[in-house]
Design a protein around this ligand. Structure first.
Ligand code: PAF
Length: 282
């Protein structure tokens, strides 16, 4: 496995692979890798001849009150996991390499990023789009894999690929869960032993929404009410948002669910803010 730090060297490798007719798979990450990321790598390996994983903590997707400097950087452990999974290249650029001095061009998304996580994090998805667009230009993948846990990010990236005409196939990787249903996340490490069992309330709330939906409930208000009751029963849980939105536009539903809807929630359980989601298909 090779570690590549410069844009020039990564583009040269991509050019060489393409000239050889090899299909490039790509898994962008910010490092601090866990089984959820590794599942995305395995998916990329199934769909490509060579796999690149990027490890880059992207400053432009952090808000002024979000601690970019404190984001966990665990490169040596990440490198070992990538090696074990058979990644071909880890692309690990510096901030200056991805954002050259005086950089003044960025990507803006004006619709899907206004609700859910984006409502409280203005500019976050513009930062995600900007770095993913740059990474696509550097890694030149045929296929890129993103996790379903970050449902809004996945939809925003798909929209960017469609609108900016990137020749990249986007594949969604199913959420990987602990045995009790908690979605894997780098943030789970910040749960205290007392908070850890409470954190499963996100998945339990979604299970209840799915159960009621399967039984015929179509009113988003009733579904959210039932979800809310499950989360608020946990002493350390504080809801950021809990919504059922149109799965395509991510806008709130005006009435009963008549087309695919995304049930999504973000909840602080003590210090970490956790997210999860499910799609309800009538
Ligand atoms: O999901 C992430 O880890 C990041 O948002 C991504 C896609 C790597 C962009 O920095």
């Amino acid at each position: 496995m090779e570690i590549v730090e410069s844009v020039r060297a990564m583009q040269a490798a991509a050019r060489k692979w393409r000239a050889q007719g090899r299909r490039i798979g790509f898994v962008p990450t910010m490092g601090n890798l866990h089984e959820g990321h590794l599942a995305l790598v395995r998916l990329a390996k199934q769909r490509a001849d060579v796999v690149v994983t990027s490890i880059f903590v992207n400053p432009t997707q952090f808000g002024p009150n979000e601690d970019f400097a404190a984001y966990p950087r665990t490169f040596e452990a990440d490198r070992a996991l990538c090696e074990r999974e058979g990644v071909d290249v880890v692309f690990h650029p510096s901030v200056a390499e991805m954002y050259p001095a005086g950089a003044s061009v960025a990507v803006t998304e004006n619709a899907l990023s206004r609700t859910l996580c984006g409502a409280a994090r203005p500019g976050h998805f513009d930062g995600v789009c900007t770095i993913v667009a740059k990474l696509f230009n550097v890694v030149q993948p045929h296929v890129a894999v993103f996790g379903e846990k970050d449902a809004q990010q996945l939809r925003v990236i798909r929209r960017m690929v469609r609108d900016l005409r990137f020749p990249v196939e986007i594949v969604a990787g199913p959420t990987v869960r602990e045995a009790d249903g908690l979605a894997l996340s780098s943030r789970n490490q910040y749960l205290t032993p007392a908070q850890r069992p409470q954190a499963v309330c996100l998945r339990r709330a979604l299970d209840e929404a799915e159960r009621l939906f399967a039984a015929g409930e179509r009113d988003p208000k009733n579904l959210v009410r039932a979800m809310r009751a499950i989360v608020t029963a946990q002493p350390d849980a504080r809801i950021d948002y809990m919504e059922i939105v149109d799965d395509e536009t991510l806008q709130p539903l005006g009435g009963p669910i008549g087309r695919p809807a995304l049930a999504a929630l973000a909840v602080w359980v003590g210090k970490p803010r956790l997210i999860d989601n499910t799609v309800l298909v009538p």
